[in-house]
Every structure is written in structure tokens, then in C-alpha cells.
Design a protein around this ligand. Structure first.
Ligand SMILES: Nc1nc2c(ncn2[C@@H]2O[C@H](COP(=O)(O)OP(=O)(O)OP(=O)(O)O)[C@@H](O)[C@H]2O)c(=O)[nH]1
Ligand SMILES: [Mg+2]
Length: 202
């Protein structure tokens, strides 16, 4: 059994739903009350990807305020994938995605120098007051090099697992296209043989 270890970043402005997303994905729960993240929170999720492969995800849920604190370079080190999230009822959180993507591309890259796979999530699509149009998200996603974008509702459990599967799929396909003689990103492992450790499971 091959186990792939992947460090995944979850970034975006404060209050867009990043911690809720991780909580829903890992624990299957949603909480209506907002508790601001300070610094970074960590979670682990184990996926049985196929008969021969497991994927162990290390999820780094980074506080929205961290973009202004210049700690992101430390957090991004060794990451293999990224979720950038905004709130469809907040145009400013959508505009910030450009800065989050630039910050990521400036500070994190694959061994071949390419930017790390990144998916754009338009969260809170259950809310009637949505103001960011699908057309503008689509254009923005293409121009700024996202692998794709998806509407999500953490509250209604819409597209949560789907979004993560799409990102993991992209990371695995990048991995298989990379030169096996090249060293992987620092502090991170693409794959390893190890059945011994526990963790939450899909
Ligand atoms: N209606 C609705 N509310 C949501 C959704 N996702 C999250 N929320 C709410 O939005 C608020 C903020 O969610 P968090 O997950 O704490 O936001 P965050 O992005 O982690 O914020 P920071 O930790 O400050 O960076 C909470 O009150 C959540 O209950 C959603 O899909 N729909
Ligand atoms: Mg949070």
C-alpha cells in the first residue's frame, strides 16, 4: 500500500468559512457561531484513494488576518496544494483572492518551479444575498491560474468532498509528471510506504 502525504493550505480572508470547511470535511459537522482562528490550526484526514493508495492530508487552516502579519512564508513551506476561499456575499473577500494567490505563488513552488495546484472556492452559496457572479469568478479563475473553481456551501455540505478530491487528483497527476530524481519540496513527502499510523478517515 502506498501512502501519499500531502500538506494542503486553506487560505482566504477572515470569516469566509475556512475553519468551517475543514471541520465539515474532517468531522462532518457545521457550527453557526464564528470563532476567529489565531495563527494556524492543523487537522489530518486519511483518504482511501484506491486499492493500492492512501492519501494522508495535513490541512493547514490559516487565519485570514495572517496575510497582514507576514508569517505566510513559514506556513506555506512544503505545501503541495492550496484551497483559496471567498464568501459569495462579500466582494472584498473575492478581490482579496488575487492577493492570496500572488502571495502563494511568490512564496511556494513545486520542485520544477511551477506554482502549486490551487482550487478557488466560492463559499456560502446557500445565502440569497450573493453578489459575486459566476461569470466573474470563472474569468478570474482562468486568468489567475487556478486548476478550477467550485461553489460550496459548508452549511449545506455542498461540494466539500468534491472540491478536495479534485485538488488531490491534480496533486497526484503533478506528482506523476515530476522527475522522480528531483528532490521533493522541503519538509514534505509525496509518497511513502507506511501503514502504521492512525488518523481520521473518509
Ligand atoms: N450561511 C453559511 N455560513 C457559513 C458557511 N460557511 C461558514 N459559515 C459561517 O461563517 C462564519 C465564519 O466561518 P469560519 O469558518 O470561522 O471563517 P474563517 O474563514 O475560518 O475565518 P478566520 O478564522 O477569521 O480566518 C461562521 O459563523 C460560520 O458558521 C456557509 O457555507 N454558509
Ligand atoms: Mg478560521
Amino acid at each position: 500500500m502506498t501512502e501519499h502525504l500531502m500538506k494542503i493550505l486553506i487560505v482566504g480572508d477572515g470569516n469566509v468559512g475556512k475553519s468551517s470547511f475543514v471541520h465539515r470535511y474532517v468531522d462532518g459537522q457545521f457550527n453557526k457561531t464564528y470563532k476567529m482562528t489565531v495563527g494556524v490550526d492543523f487537522s489530518v484526514k486519511l483518504l482511501h484513494w484506491s486499492d493500492k493508495e492512501k492519501v494522508r492530508l495535513q490541512l493547514w487552516d490559516i487565519a485570514g488576518q495572517e496575510r497582514f502579519i507576514s508569517m505566510t512564508r513559514v506556513y506555506y513551506k512544503g505545501a503541495l496544494g492550496c484551497v483559496i476561499m471567498f464568501d459569495v456575499t462579500s466582494p472584498s473577500s473575492f478581490r482579496s483572492c488575487r492577493h492570496w494567490k500572488q502571495d502563494l505563488d511568490n512564496k511556494a513552488m513545486l520542485p520544477n518551479g511551477q506554482s502549486i495546484p490551487c482550487i478557488l472556492l466560492a463559499n456560502k452559496c446557500d445565502l440569497a444575498q450573493r453578489v459575486v457572479s459566476a461569470d466573474s469568478i470563472d474569468r478570474f479563475s482562468k486568468v489567475n491560474g487556478f486548476i478550477t473553481w467550485m461553489e460550496t456551501s459548508v452549511k449545506e455540505n455542498k461540494n466539500i468532498g468534491e472540491a478536495m478530491r479534485r485538488l488531490v487528483q491534480e496533486i497526484l497527476s503533478v506528482e506523476s509528471s515530476l522527475d522522480p530524481l528531483e528532490p521533493g519540496p522541503q519538509d514534505s513527502t509525496y509518497s511513502q510506504m507506511d501503514n502504521s499510523r492512525g488518523g481520521s478517515c473518509c
